[in-house]
Write a protein that binds this ligand. Structure first.
Ligand code: GLC
Length: 562
């Protein structure tokens, strides 16, 4: 079979399908129960057959894994558990030969406590230049035993940890917006800026097509270390979305643009304010950013319609394409989330024992695949969602490693439930992830036998088949990906829109609905019932030539191109 080489168009990223690889859980090449680069390389043909344009690989660097690799000890070396730098280079080349670009993860807000800079800062002591690269601060109170601020960590608890001086006495405190093993860098320090620009060059020189920027809105802090106020105006929060941050990304964009081929900056920007979000996407900053607003919405037509509208309205003025994301390594798997009574997502609401109806969730996740793949812009797919894997909610508590769980005193289930190793083949764990008899780093449910790649490949009704069909059709339809979009009116519970002569119709109501006039049905997420679209089902339709919908934009027009 012949496969397309990667598009050489400088705008390849505007409509790309990007697959997130969490290497620890993708495939194990050396038989130690943990995924690695050898495993990923051996499975690249699977990703080619799926029909993706790029992979985004979450951190593969040397790391003590206090936060699944988002605690980086060396940004220029691969963790020995994953492989070597030579293997990473070979992976980038192998993938490209199959038409797949590689995007890597850059973690600029913090480093691992094992990073040479932090170790040097601890050793050098208070007042040293080594400490200026971080946020060391004396505590409040006479003996400095009180935290410098009452800021709250993204992983719960305080953002400050006290150090011990070389002579054993209690010392300064240091800032960590996440776990104590992840000290925050001081982005006003020239060394920090220079170091990350150099890290970017290191990887761009090795052929990566882009970077995913971790916690991208958090880098800059208010030097006066104020407490939170009840409300912060735009740019006034002490450590979220401060105006000075944009200088960093302008410099990175210049650097990326100095390379051949388009090297893209993809931001992890969690911001409710859509206008502030869009500022990161100005033409001289990032190319795209994850659309978490849409991801967090419940399975509800009005809520999703509103998110689509505000997304397109926010992106339009800056000329950036939207992104569509159903999940990632931090959030509940769609099959589980969409089967819940409250199917919205928020970190704060995650609890053990929240019931779900997986049959409902699976129907909706299938429909959501057609919906997101038809919306204008680029598409992100998290590993295992193409298999319809549910969240694993019954991991033995003692095996859960995620600091979100551990630091919540066991209240928050954490994120390991979406990070369980993929099932590839066979009828029992480790399902071809590792050699038979190997214990994987998180255990796989025995019920996954029917969800392996092998089982689904031969089942035309499987999620894997659906994803392959959707991505193939998306590639074949010039109107999909980036480009114009127009709503069609199909009733309050139905999301319907035209992309050129193609329409996507999703029924989020409780009763079957009639399809709008069409010439052909291209794809459905589940079978039609007597020609009607059942509940929780989506269809892609070819509109009749000359039909008003095909030739004329809908009443409300939106487009993702400027
Ligand atoms: C991002 C990552 C998440 C990590 C956090 C801290 O949100 O996606 O996995 O825990 O940053 O680096």
């Amino acid at each position: 079979m012949a496969y397309a080489q990667p598009s050489t168009a400088p705008t390849w990223w505007r409509g790309a399908v990007i697959y997130e690889v969490y290497p620890r859980s993708f495939a194990d090449g050396n038989g130690d129960g943990t995924g690695d680069l050898a495993g990923l390389r051996s499975r690249l043909p699977y990703l080619r057959d799926l029909g993706i344009d790029a992979i985004w690989v979450t951190p593969w660097y040397v790391s003590p894994l206090a936060d699944g690799g988002y605690d980086v000890a060396d940004y220029r070396a691969i963790d020995p558990a994953f492989g070597t730098l030579e293997e990473a280079e070979a992976l980038i080349a192998d993938a490209l030969a199959l038409g797949i670009r590689t995007i890597i993860d850059i973690v600029p807000n913090h480093v691992s406590e094992q990073h040479a800079w932090f170790q040097a800062a601890l050793a050098a002591g208070p007042g040293s230049p080594e400490r200026e690269r971080f946020w060391f601060h004396p505590g409040k109170g006479e003996d400095g035993s009180e935290i410098p601020t009452r800021w709250v960590s993204d992983f719960q608890g305080s953002t400050w940890t006290r150090t011990t001086n070389p002579d054993g006495s209690p010392g300064e405190w240091y800032l960590h917006l996440f776990a104590p093993q992840q000290p925050d860098l001081n982005w006003s320090h020239p060394d920090v800026r220079a170091e990350f620009e150099d890290v970017l060059r290191f990887w761009f020189d090795r052929g990566v097509a882009g970077i995913r920027i971790d916690s991208a809105a958090l880098l800059v802090k208010d030097h006066t270390l104020p407490e939170y106020r009840e409300e912060h105006g735009p740019g006034e929060h002490p450590h979220v979305d401060r105006d000075e941050i944009h200088d960093v990304y302008r410099a990175w964009r210049k650097l990326a643009d100095s390379y051949e081929g388009t090297r893209v900056l993809v931001g992890e920007v969690w911001l409710a304010d859509r206008a502030r979000f869009a500022q990161y996407l100005r033409p001289d900053e990032m190319h795209t950013a994850f659309n978490f607003d849409f991801m967090a919405r419940p399975w509800d037509a009005a809520a999703m319609r509103e998110s689509i509208d505000t997304t397109l309205a926010a992106h339009g003025p800056v000329g950036a394409p939207a992104t569509w994301v159903l999940s990632n390594h931090d959030v509940t798997r769609p099959v589980t989330r969409y089967g819940r009574r409250d199917s919205s997502f928020s970190f704060a609401a995650k609890r053990f024992g929240t019931p779900t109806d997986l049959a409902v969730g699976r129907r909706r996740a299938r429909a959501a695949a057609l919906l997101t793949a038809a919306l204008p812009g680029s598409l992100y797919l998290y590993q295992g969602d193409e298999l319809g894997l549910p969240e694993v909610e019954d991991l033995p508590r003692e095996l859960i490693q995620d600091p979100m769980h551990v630091r919540s005193q066991g209240v928050d289930p954490g994120r390991d439930g979406c990070r369980v190793p993929l099932p590839w083949a066979g009828s029992e764990p480790p399902f071809g992830f590792s050699p038979d008899g190997t214990a994987t780093w998180l255990p796989q449910p025995a019920q996954w036998a029917g969800l392996t790649v092998q089982a689904q490949a031969s089942d035309p009704a499987s999620m894997l088949h659906l994803y392959r069909d959707v991505l193939r059709a998306r590639r074949a339809e010039p109107a999909l990906g980036d480009g114009p979009f127009a709503w069609l009116d199909a009733g309050a519970d139905v999301l319907a829109f035209a992309r050129g002569d193609l329409a996507c119709v999703v029924n989020l109501g409780s009763e079957p609905v009639d399809l709008p006039p069409h010439a052909d049905v291209l794809l459905t997420s589940d079978p039609l019932e007597r020609g009607r679209l059942p509940r929780d089902t989506a269809a892609w339709l070819r509109l009749a030539t000359g039909s008003p919908d095909a030739s004329r934009p809908g009443t409300e027009e939106a487009t993702s191109t400027p």
